[in-house]
Design a binder for this molecule. Structure first.
Ligand code: NAD
Ligand code: UFG
Length: 346
């Protein structure tokens, strides 16, 4: 059985779906601070199987110990954490406590229970402002400019120290680039609370009429059209990367780092144009000043994951945005309302 912390969230829910489809038993632990139990109900509907769910906080060590005593867990996918960059600047202690202390509590309980296989959700943010593109895993990590990014780097270091201290550990650090999109059913997807921080959720809310126009943060970067360039990856491709990492970690010990990206960068304006083609109408947008803390460009060299995990991203940008749009247009208010398709499929 695989424990998925944060399994009700955006990326975790897609990983839960893929694990179930691959025949795994899955136990989800989530305190639902940034997600809905609905995501798991929809997965159960899609897959026709039950997902074990425990609503609890990953920082609760005693609870984790009793969980490991009750369920035959053999490996953990650790998604649970806080991820809003701006919020992390305002509330650094909450971010360090949830992300770093939560990871430590999890590892302590795992070791006590004799479970040593862990896949951790890291981020390309650990590279900081990289001097070379594409970014490969041997590029030095930088100085993340916010507590969220620092917490990811800290956890990576904690996990390296842990693996160095005990050869039984098999740990995968997956550095995600920019996950977007949704499962092709349109039943599960990203459901941000409040004003979205990220580009695609914001574009989607403009398209459904929840927001007036997209603010494009800067058109004076040293990029081909002046807007920021990122490596957007379909969340289903990303989720499948986790299954490949889990398999690989069965055969190797220590810590391994893998970038999960497509190897291709797109600018904000390219994103807008592709999205306009998907929805068949213009997307209102305005050019604004740069957003503090943003980097000009960031894209991956995903070759190591291809060589070692036999994994690569398969879905192109149009598929990513079409799937994102299917999710958003069928669920204009996310999980707060039943999906329009539920009656038809259920
Ligand atoms: P998300 O917020 O949708 O999912 C995180 C889940 O963790 C949520 O369901 C939340 O309720 C749960 N959670 C938070 N604190 C918890 C706690 N103390 N105990 C138990 N559960 C808790 O975010 P996501 O986009 O699915 O991200 C998943 C992971 O991937 C996070 O660790 C995030 O930092 C990392 N990541 C995300 C991105 C991205 O752009 N989405 C990029 C790089 C890395
Ligand atoms: N952007 C806009 N308007 C918006 C939102 C974003 O123009 O409303 C631009 C940004 O300036 C950037 C690009 O769109 O050029 C992508 O921005 P996102 O916020 O979607 O993604 P980031 O690359 O800035 O941040 C993401 C995650 C962070 C993580 C970082 C590095 O959200 O958690 O990648 O991995 F730290």
């Amino acid at each position: 059985m695989i424990l998925v912390t944060g399994g009700a969230g955006y990326i975790g829910s897609h990983a839960v779906y893929e694990l179930l489809q691959a025949g795994h038993q899955v136990l989800v632990l989530d305190n639902l601070c940034n997600s809905s139990r609905q995501s798991l109900a929809r997965i159960e509907q899609l897959v026709g199987r039950r997902v074990e769910f425990v609503r609890a906080d990953v920082r609760n060590r005693a609870m984790l110990s009793s969980l490991f005593a009750s369920f035959p867990v053999t490996a953990v996918l650790h998604f649970a954490g806080l991820k809003a960059v701006g919020e992390s600047v305002a509330e650094p202690l909450r971010y360090y406590e949830t992300n770093v202390s939560g990871s430590i509590a999890l590892c302590q309980a795992m070791a006590e229970a004799g479970i040593f296989r862990l896949v951790f959700s890291s981020s390309a943010t650990v590279y900081g402002e990289a001097s070379q593109m594409p970014i490969s895993e041997d590029c030095p990590t930088g100085q993340p400019t916010n507590p969220y990014g620092q917490s990811k780097l800290m956890i990576e270091n904690v996990l390296r120290g842990l693996a160095a201290s005990d050869p039984r550990w098999s740990i995968g650090l997956l550095r995600y680039f920019n996950p977007i999109g949704a499962h092709e059913s349109g039943l599960i997807g990203e459901d941000p609370t409040g004003v979205p921080n990220n580009l695609v959720p914001y574009m989607l809310q403009v398209a459904v009429g929840r927001r007036a126009a997209l603010n494009i943060y800067g058109d004076d970067y040293p990029t081909p059209d002046g807007t920021g360039v990122r490596d957007y990856i379909h969340v289903v491709d990303l989720a499948r990367g986790h299954l490949k990492a889990l398999e690989r970690l069965e055969q190797q010990r220590g810590v391994a780092v893998w970038n999960l990206g497509t190897g291709r960068g797109y600018s904000v304006l390219e994103m807008v144009r592709t999205f306009e083609a998907v929805i068949g109408r213009p997307l209102p947008h305005v050019i604004c000043p740069r957003r503090p803390g943003d980097i000009a460009q960031c894209w991956s060299d995903p070759g190591k994951a291809w060589r070692e995990l036999d994994w690569r991203a398969e879905r192109d940008l149009t598929a990513m945005l079409a799937d994102a749009w299917r999710w958003q247009s069928r669920n204009p208010h996310g999980y707060a309302q039943p999906a329009k398709t539920l009656a038809a499929t259920g």
